[in-house]
Design a protein around this ligand. Structure first.
Ligand code: GRF
Length: 209
């Protein structure tokens, strides 16, 4: 089983996925890391670990569809079992998401459907949420709006700032993403007709892991 991971920056989720592969808990290999950002720190890590890297800089494209197509063909060269968005800060169009339907996952730092988009930790604090966390979902053209597979929850503590909350959530992200990827690779989690199927039954409520 092979994974292509898309990143834009630090790449700590990609590292956590790679570590899970190395431990054998995620029975797959990251064979390709792609970034839209030449200076993404995660690229260095990938190169140092012998993983193929590609940069497809969105600033070189005037047209979103052409960008998506270029990304699509770079991914398909390796014919990965799963494509994992891990801090990939680009919206992807309907053609792209349809092409990879059911094998394209994203991790988002909130308890979706709460707080899609950016600045999720600030939003959780501003709205005095008692609980916050992260979600792994199938990607559709709706930003952070695809069917949710699983979430991990953290408490919001009195006096938290966004950084403290982000760190607490990030630790959960690192433990969640590879587990969901493993379930998807085993076929225990599947995409069916725009819904999540879990052991053959439609999931009515996201898993809590
Ligand atoms: C993570 O919080 C992820 O959920 C969000 O962007 C951040 C990326 O962090 N989409 P990293 O690059 O994986 O360290």
């Amino acid at each position: 089983m092979t994974l292509t991971v898309l990143i834009s920056g630090r790449g700590s989720n990609m590292v956590a996925i790679h570590n899970a592969c190395e431990r054998g808990e995620l029975q797959a290999r990251i064979t390709h890391v792609i970034s839209n950002n030449t200076s993404a720190a995660g690229l260095d890590y990938a190169q140092q670990h012998g993983i193929k890297t590609t940069v497809i800089d969105h600033r070189e494209f005037t047209d979103r569809d052409r960008y998506d197509l270029s990304l699509q063909s770079a991914i398909e060269e390796g014919a990965p079992s799963l494509v994992l968005l891990a801090g990939f800060m680009r919206r992807l169009g309907a053609g792209f998401t349809r092409h990879f339907e059911g094998r394209l996952l994203n991790i988002h730092p909130s308890l979706l459907p709460r707080h899609p988009g950016l600045n999720t930790h600030e939003k959780a604090l501003q709205q005095t949420d008692a609980w916050h966390g992260c979600s792994v979902h199938y990607v559709t053209p709706v930003l952070d709006g695809g069917p949710i597979i699983a979430r991990s929850v953290v408490p919001v503590h009195h006096g938290d700032n966004a950084e403290a909350l982000a760190n607490r959530v990030l630790a959960k992200e690192h433990a969640l993403y590879w587990r969901v990827a493993q379930m998807a690779l085993e076929g225990n989690v599947r995409w069916r007709d725009g819904h999540v199927e879990y052991y053959g039954n439609r999931l009515v409520y996201p898993l809590t892991l």
